[in-house]
Write a protein that binds this ligand. Structure first.
Ligand code: AMP
Length: 510
């Protein structure tokens, strides 16, 4: 079933409800959104002659037209390729070529940088910039009926952020994204008609994928006037619009919570903050709960099983009296309802409770494979299970605790050390703002543990004493580097590869 049917239904049942707002200013109702979408779809199908399954790339910062572009492509039976707006034009060129995109929608702030490269893309027929006269002309085309799509047809080609190598296109089908949306209702939050999702994180990724649950309920979609994440703007919106829901990376949650605590700002306009995409340290979620109350839900997912591996429910995060609360809030929760999750050894066998192995997942949300890359697909999907590359352990109640990416595990003197465990201890020191623990090659030990710390009024000796108090001696960092900041990708994830390279070129500072 075509994802565009969500919009068809919302516009039929609730035509006059506000659909898209910029800040707190309404732009289009559901009737208007569906009308614009069906006309743009008409232009793609009849004006440009695109065929079912053709790819439509979207290289746009968060934009008032983002949703109509996505839905127009589905309405016309096409697949979308949303591209991270922070990528370099050369990286975008690679994705456009790899996907064989036939049409590109590019926002005006990004168009000039990309223009010189477009000539070298033989499959690309047209580029549009929303707001330009050519785009307005396309919106005046006669509308078409939504195309039929089979559940396993490609809907969204998601290029992985990839910390190394070329990005790969994850094939997410209509079925996958419907399953993700069902899990949102079952495992994350029950959306109400007067809820509002605000796109504070890039719409090309998870935040944008969460639109479906809000279209299904004909709720409001807010593109912040800033286009992105600004804590003061979010607080103001939460007060003027109310019942604000958002997806945020842990670094964003931390900044919002600090802003609210420092300014004694109100939190009551926020309904739900879904966090995920990277580790949230126990200490940070505790501070978030104390400052903002039970408004949080965690999800763990990856492009290959979008937003849908496990979830840590609001109620669990709020159950402070539970004997295992401390462990649970440091976990990523339990399997979402439409997927199965287990921890496997290298042979694929399920490991006993509590043992660490690779997280594998199967079910309705798991991708169809990588675009035109059968080798990578065979590597990731084995016997129907997706191998996530994440290491974790599951307790008897089904709560999964992630350790690290398998490639980040440090093997020192033959023992496995999970950086996250060491990071959690170091973060207990009040002077430590951020920390990343990595392995460095060592002639004697194979690898040694090295901690890179952002902070003030903290010494290596104090951190070593803290480790001695909490973890086995062999896990203690052998060296500490005090750095001004950690290298991060566009989503705020620490780039451990870049950190290793950086340290490789430097001498230890203590
Ligand atoms: P991406 O495919 O770029 O969204 O990255 C997915 C990866 O981010 C996962 O494989 C995990 O390593 C990490 N990740 C996602 N959600 C969480 C979470 N809740 N806690 C810790 N790591 C996470």
């Amino acid at each position: 079933m075509n994802l565009a049917q969500l919009l068809v239904r919302a516009a039929r049942v609730h035509p006059e409800r506000p659909a898209v707002l910029v800040g707190d200013r309404p732009q289009w109702t559901y009737r208007e959104l569906a009308d614009r979408t069906s006309r743009l779809a008409g232009h793609l199908r009849n004006g440009l002659g695109l065929q079912p399954g053709d790819r439509v790339a979207v290289y746009m910062t968060n934009h008032v037209a983002y949703l109509e572009v996505l839905y127009a492509a589905w309405w016309a039976g096409l697949a979308v390729v949303p591209i991270n707006a922070k990528l370099h034009p050369r990286e975008v060129e690679f994705i456009l070529g790899d996907a064989g995109a036939a049409v590109l929608f590019v926002s005006d702030d990004l168009a000039a940088g990309l223009q010189p490269l477009l000539g070298g893309l033989p499959a690309l027929r047209r580029a549009f910039t929303p707001g330009d006269p050519a785009y307005e002309t396309a919106l005046a085309a006669p509308s078409v009926a939504p195309a039929h799509r089979a559940p396993d047809d490609l809907a969204w080609l998601f290029y992985t952020s990839g910390t190394t190598g070329r990005p790969k296109g994850v094939m997410q089908t209509h079925r996958n994204l419907y399953a993700m949306t069902s899990c949102y209702f079952i495992d994350v939050d029950d959306v109400q008609a007067d809820d509002a999702i605000v796109y504070a994180a890039p719409m090309s990724h998870g935040a944008g994928m969460y639109n479906f649950a809000f279209v299904a309920r004909a709720a409001r979609h807010i593109v912040p006037a800033s286009g992105g994440f600004d804590p003061a703007e979010l607080v103001a919106l939460s007060q003027s619009v109310g019942r604000l829901c958002l997806f945020a990376a842990p670094t964003m949650v931390k900044r919002l919570v600090e802003h609210i605590a420092t300014n004694r700002a109100p939190a009551d306009g926020f309904k739900t903050l879904v966090y995920g995409g990277g580790p949230m340290y126990a200490q940070d979620i505790q501070a978030a709960l104390t400052t903002m109350g039970p408004r949080f839900v965690q999800i763990y997912g990856q492009g290959e099983s979008p937003m849908t591996i496990t979830a840590l429910a609001r109620e669990t995060l709020d159950e402070r009296t539970h004997p295992r609360w401390a462990e649970r809030i440091a976990s990523v929760g339990v399997a979402q309802t439409l997927v199965e999750v287990r921890v496997a050894g290298p042979d694929g066998q399920t490991l006993p409770t509590g043992e660490t192995g690779e997280v594998v997942v199967r079910g309705e949300a798991v991708m169809a494979g990588y675009w035109r890359n059968p080798e990578a697909t065979a590597q990731a999907l084995r016997d129907g299970w997706l191998w996530t590359g994440d290491m974790g352990a599951m307790d008897a109640d089904g709560y999964l605790t992630l350790k690290d990416r398998s490639k980040d595990v440090i093997i020192s003197g033959g023992s496995n050390i999970y950086p996250r465990e060491v990071e959690e201890v170091l973060l207990r020191h009040p002077g430590v703002r951020e920390v990343s623990v990595i392995g460095q090659p060592d002639a004697e030990w194979g690898e040694v543990v090295v901690a890179c710390v952002v902070g003030s009024e903290v010494t290596a000796a104090a951190l070593d004493a803290l480790c001695l108090e909490h973890i086995a001696r062999f896990k203690r960092p052998k060296r500490y580097h005090f750095v001004a900041e950690l290298p991060k990708n566009n989503y705020g994830k620490v780039l451990k590869t870049a950190l290793r390279d950086m340290l490789h070129k430097e001498e230890p500072t203590c």
